[in-house]
Write a protein that binds this ligand. Structure first.
Ligand SMILES: [Zn+2]
Length: 240
Protein backbone atom coordinates (compact mmCIF):
# COMPACT_ATOMS: atom_id res chain seq x y z
CA UNK A 1 0.00 0.00 0.00
CA UNK A 2 2.79 2.40 0.81
CA UNK A 3 4.57 4.08 -2.03
CA UNK A 4 8.27 4.27 -2.54
CA UNK A 5 9.59 7.74 -1.90
CA UNK A 6 12.76 9.32 -3.11
CA UNK A 7 15.71 9.01 -0.73
CA UNK A 8 16.48 12.21 1.03
CA UNK A 9 19.65 13.87 2.14
CA UNK A 10 18.27 16.52 4.46
CA UNK A 11 20.01 16.62 7.81
CA UNK A 12 18.37 17.14 11.17
CA UNK A 13 18.20 20.80 11.99
CA UNK A 14 18.11 21.82 8.36
CA UNK A 15 14.52 23.03 8.62
CA UNK A 16 15.48 26.47 9.73
CA UNK A 17 12.85 29.10 10.51
CA UNK A 18 13.89 30.91 7.34
CA UNK A 19 11.76 28.36 5.48
CA UNK A 20 8.75 30.17 6.79
CA UNK A 21 9.84 33.16 4.81
CA UNK A 22 7.35 33.74 1.99
CA UNK A 23 10.15 34.26 -0.55
CA UNK A 24 11.61 30.83 0.20
CA UNK A 25 8.19 29.26 0.02
CA UNK A 26 7.25 30.95 -3.21
CA UNK A 27 10.50 29.92 -4.82
CA UNK A 28 10.09 26.36 -3.62
CA UNK A 29 6.39 25.88 -4.17
CA UNK A 30 5.96 27.97 -7.28
CA UNK A 31 3.66 30.32 -5.39
CA UNK A 32 1.05 29.11 -2.93
CA UNK A 33 -2.23 30.84 -2.35
CA UNK A 34 -4.68 29.74 0.29
CA UNK A 35 -8.22 28.83 -0.61
CA UNK A 36 -10.64 29.37 2.26
CA UNK A 37 -9.09 28.10 5.46
CA UNK A 38 -6.19 26.46 3.65
CA UNK A 39 -3.30 28.36 5.16
CA UNK A 40 -4.82 28.53 8.66
CA UNK A 41 -4.71 24.78 8.95
CA UNK A 42 -1.93 23.03 10.85
CA UNK A 43 0.07 19.97 9.98
CA UNK A 44 1.30 17.31 12.38
CA UNK A 45 4.95 16.42 11.83
CA UNK A 46 6.24 12.90 12.44
CA UNK A 47 9.90 12.05 12.65
CA UNK A 48 11.35 9.28 10.49
CA UNK A 49 10.20 6.74 13.10
CA UNK A 50 6.57 7.91 12.94
CA UNK A 51 6.71 9.66 16.30
CA UNK A 52 4.79 12.94 16.47
CA UNK A 53 7.27 15.74 17.06
CA UNK A 54 5.47 19.02 16.47
CA UNK A 55 2.73 20.94 14.73
CA UNK A 56 3.59 23.42 12.01
CA UNK A 57 1.93 25.82 9.60
CA UNK A 58 0.82 24.77 6.15
CA UNK A 59 3.39 27.12 4.59
CA UNK A 60 6.18 25.42 6.41
CA UNK A 61 4.86 21.96 5.54
CA UNK A 62 4.76 22.83 1.84
CA UNK A 63 8.25 24.28 2.01
CA UNK A 64 9.53 20.96 3.38
CA UNK A 65 7.55 18.92 0.88
CA UNK A 66 8.85 20.99 -2.02
CA UNK A 67 12.39 20.27 -0.92
CA UNK A 68 11.72 16.54 -0.66
CA UNK A 69 12.47 16.65 3.06
CA UNK A 70 9.16 15.00 3.92
CA UNK A 71 6.36 12.82 2.62
CA UNK A 72 2.65 12.93 3.25
CA UNK A 73 0.93 10.43 5.50
CA UNK A 74 -2.74 10.02 4.82
CA UNK A 75 -5.05 7.77 6.77
CA UNK A 76 -7.46 6.11 4.35
CA UNK A 77 -9.86 3.37 5.41
CA UNK A 78 -7.89 2.93 8.61
CA UNK A 79 -4.56 2.42 6.78
CA UNK A 80 -1.55 4.69 6.57
CA UNK A 81 -0.72 5.63 3.03
CA UNK A 82 2.56 7.38 2.19
CA UNK A 83 2.67 9.83 -0.70
CA UNK A 84 5.57 11.73 -2.14
CA UNK A 85 4.71 15.30 -3.02
CA UNK A 86 4.38 14.69 -6.75
CA UNK A 87 1.92 11.85 -6.25
CA UNK A 88 -0.02 13.81 -3.66
CA UNK A 89 -0.34 16.65 -6.12
CA UNK A 90 -1.73 14.27 -8.76
CA UNK A 91 -4.14 12.64 -6.31
CA UNK A 92 -5.25 16.12 -5.25
CA UNK A 93 -6.71 16.72 -8.70
CA UNK A 94 -8.98 13.74 -8.26
CA UNK A 95 -9.93 14.80 -4.74
CA UNK A 96 -10.61 18.33 -5.85
CA UNK A 97 -13.19 16.94 -8.20
CA UNK A 98 -14.80 14.26 -6.03
CA UNK A 99 -14.34 15.26 -2.41
CA UNK A 100 -13.61 18.99 -2.25
CA UNK A 101 -15.40 19.34 1.10
CA UNK A 102 -13.16 16.86 2.85
CA UNK A 103 -9.99 18.93 2.56
CA UNK A 104 -8.54 22.37 2.95
CA UNK A 105 -6.96 23.65 -0.23
CA UNK A 106 -4.08 25.76 -1.40
CA UNK A 107 -3.54 26.90 -4.95
CA UNK A 108 -0.22 27.00 -6.74
CA UNK A 109 0.30 28.51 -10.17
CA UNK A 110 -0.31 25.14 -11.79
CA UNK A 111 -2.89 23.36 -9.67
CA UNK A 112 -4.82 23.06 -6.44
CA UNK A 113 -3.40 20.87 -3.72
CA UNK A 114 -5.13 19.33 -0.71
CA UNK A 115 -3.55 20.42 2.56
CA UNK A 116 -2.00 17.34 4.15
CA UNK A 117 -2.85 16.74 7.80
CA UNK A 118 0.29 14.76 8.58
CA UNK A 119 3.79 14.75 7.11
CA UNK A 120 6.80 12.60 7.95
CA UNK A 121 10.36 13.89 7.85
CA UNK A 122 12.88 11.62 6.17
CA UNK A 123 15.99 12.87 7.91
CA UNK A 124 14.85 13.52 11.44
CA UNK A 125 15.18 10.90 14.18
CA UNK A 126 14.95 13.06 17.24
CA UNK A 127 12.14 12.83 19.73
CA UNK A 128 9.86 15.71 20.62
CA UNK A 129 10.78 18.03 23.43
CA UNK A 130 9.74 16.35 26.67
CA UNK A 131 8.47 19.49 28.22
CA UNK A 132 5.78 21.79 26.95
CA UNK A 133 7.25 25.27 26.65
CA UNK A 134 6.05 27.75 29.20
CA UNK A 135 5.01 30.75 27.16
CA UNK A 136 2.09 33.08 26.76
CA UNK A 137 0.55 31.23 23.85
CA UNK A 138 0.61 27.87 25.62
CA UNK A 139 -0.72 29.37 28.85
CA UNK A 140 -3.65 30.95 27.00
CA UNK A 141 -4.34 27.63 25.29
CA UNK A 142 -4.15 25.70 28.57
CA UNK A 143 -6.62 28.10 30.20
CA UNK A 144 -8.71 28.20 27.00
CA UNK A 145 -8.63 31.99 27.00
CA UNK A 146 -10.75 31.99 30.13
CA UNK A 147 -10.13 34.22 33.14
CA UNK A 148 -9.23 31.81 35.92
CA UNK A 149 -10.93 33.98 38.54
CA UNK A 150 -14.30 35.03 37.08
CA UNK A 151 -14.50 32.25 34.47
CA UNK A 152 -15.39 34.56 31.58
CA UNK A 153 -13.94 34.00 28.11
CA UNK A 154 -11.96 36.75 26.43
CA UNK A 155 -9.95 37.32 23.30
CA UNK A 156 -6.27 36.84 23.99
CA UNK A 157 -5.48 40.55 23.88
CA UNK A 158 -8.04 41.22 26.61
CA UNK A 159 -6.36 38.75 28.94
CA UNK A 160 -3.34 39.21 31.15
CA UNK A 161 -1.14 36.72 32.92
CA UNK A 162 -1.39 36.68 36.68
CA UNK A 163 1.14 35.32 39.15
CA UNK A 164 -1.05 33.43 41.62
CA UNK A 165 1.50 34.02 44.36
CA UNK A 166 2.88 37.45 43.40
CA UNK A 167 6.55 37.74 42.58
CA UNK A 168 6.96 40.12 45.50
CA UNK A 169 5.88 37.24 47.76
CA UNK A 170 8.23 34.75 46.17
CA UNK A 171 5.97 33.38 43.40
CA UNK A 172 7.82 32.19 40.30
CA UNK A 173 7.24 31.91 36.57
CA UNK A 174 5.89 28.36 36.56
CA UNK A 175 2.94 26.47 35.12
CA UNK A 176 1.61 26.13 38.66
CA UNK A 177 1.88 29.84 39.42
CA UNK A 178 0.74 31.51 36.20
CA UNK A 179 -2.88 31.81 35.09
CA UNK A 180 -4.90 33.88 32.64
CA UNK A 181 -6.86 36.70 34.23
CA UNK A 182 -9.03 39.44 32.80
CA UNK A 183 -7.96 43.02 33.43
CA UNK A 184 -10.59 43.75 36.12
CA UNK A 185 -9.83 40.54 38.05
CA UNK A 186 -6.09 41.16 37.81
CA UNK A 187 -6.54 44.73 39.05
CA UNK A 188 -8.80 43.63 41.89
CA UNK A 189 -6.32 41.00 43.00
CA UNK A 190 -3.41 43.42 42.90
CA UNK A 191 -0.21 42.27 44.56
CA UNK A 192 -1.96 39.70 46.74
CA UNK A 193 -2.43 35.96 46.83
CA UNK A 194 -5.95 34.68 46.05
CA UNK A 195 -6.50 34.06 49.77
CA UNK A 196 -5.40 37.58 50.69
CA UNK A 197 -7.68 39.00 47.97
CA UNK A 198 -10.49 36.58 48.84
CA UNK A 199 -10.64 35.37 45.29
CA UNK A 200 -10.85 31.78 44.08
CA UNK A 201 -9.21 30.11 41.13
CA UNK A 202 -11.73 28.20 39.02
CA UNK A 203 -9.15 25.43 38.52
CA UNK A 204 -5.76 24.54 39.87
CA UNK A 205 -3.04 25.48 37.39
CA UNK A 206 -0.89 22.53 36.32
CA UNK A 207 1.76 21.74 33.74
CA UNK A 208 -0.01 20.23 30.70
CA UNK A 209 0.99 16.75 29.58
CA UNK A 210 1.10 17.70 25.95
CA UNK A 211 1.09 20.90 23.99
CA UNK A 212 -2.28 22.52 24.81
CA UNK A 213 -2.55 23.85 21.26
CA UNK A 214 -2.57 20.25 20.03
CA UNK A 215 -5.18 19.32 22.61
CA UNK A 216 -7.42 22.15 21.38
CA UNK A 217 -7.12 21.00 17.77
CA UNK A 218 -7.91 17.39 18.62
CA UNK A 219 -11.44 18.59 19.33
CA UNK A 220 -11.79 19.45 15.63
CA UNK A 221 -12.97 16.70 13.27
CA UNK A 222 -10.42 17.83 10.68
CA UNK A 223 -7.56 16.64 12.82
CA UNK A 224 -9.01 13.26 13.73
CA UNK A 225 -6.17 11.49 11.92
CA UNK A 226 -3.67 12.98 14.40
CA UNK A 227 -5.06 10.87 17.19
CA UNK A 228 -3.46 7.69 15.91
CA UNK A 229 -0.07 9.25 16.57
CA UNK A 230 -0.89 11.24 19.66
CA UNK A 231 -2.48 8.39 21.57
CA UNK A 232 0.81 6.53 21.51
CA UNK A 233 2.15 5.55 24.91
CA UNK A 234 4.79 8.19 24.53
CA UNK A 235 2.23 10.93 24.86
CA UNK A 236 0.51 9.35 27.82
CA UNK A 237 3.66 9.29 29.88
CA UNK A 238 3.38 11.80 32.66
CA UNK A 239 5.86 14.57 32.01
CA UNK A 240 8.00 15.82 34.83
ZN1 LIG B 1 -11.92 37.84 35.40
Amino acid sequence: MSRQSKANTAKPGSDRPSEDHPATLMAGAGGVVALGDGLDARVLVLNRLYVAVRVITVRRAFAMLCRDMAEIISIEDGQYVNYDFATWTEVSEFRREYEPEQHDWVRTVRTEIAVPRIIRLFGYDRLPAQRVKLNRRNLFARDRSQCQYCGSHFTTNELTLDHVTPRTQGGGDTWENLVCACVPCNARKGGRTPEQARMKLIRKPVRPRRNPLITLRLGNEKYRSWKAFLDEAYWSVELR
